[in-house]
Write a protein that binds this ligand. Sequence first.
Ligand code: ZN
Length: 221
Amino acid sequence: MQLKRDLKQIFRALDFVGKHLNGRRPPKATQQLYFDVYQALGLAWEFLGLQCKHWDGYKCGRDGKQVCRICGKIKGVQERLFLLTDSGMKRIGRRAAPTSKKTFANKSKAQIVHDQMVFHGAFVDVDVHNSYKSSLFGKDHEITVAADRTVTLKESGIKCSVDEHVIDLKIEERQKGQKPPYGGFPWELSKEKLKHFPVIFRFDDNYRFLGLTIIRPVKKL
Ligand SMILES: [Zn+2]
């Protein structure tokens, strides 16, 4: 069977290149080259895998998942690869927003997009959903979660999420068992207390709020 042979060849080539990529000290000069070859081989696997009808059935993979004996694809998982340009702007997906005024029975029914990626070390999460009923606080305390689009960025320990109503910035993740932090508007605090916060407000002549800058303590990136 031609396809089976082709796939075997690709797997051997992937193993070979993979070994060089993950070797203890791959020489810098060839690393990018091997990376490129690995990507091309991965793409070839994808194309060949599309032709695979999984005739030989599945075997149990390492994590208990059913894996095709020929192409190595996991059963029931529809995988799609994105082709992205190496240079220039990368785009995945379109800007999604809530689509309905209805309140759905649960989050998965209300979900429009929930996708994540790690981009050069920065984590990005996009969560778009219509309104839904949530029993997060127990069956008797069902609440309605409003339709929203939330984009979260995590970078060097800082989590910033932006949704319809709030721009939320967390500099330190709360540890388990730790007291919840206090919160307050600046005018609720004395000048003395405000000096603890390295925040600069941006505003115009009419004191229209235009943003803020937070000075970070000196720390290695
Ligand atoms: Zn297959």
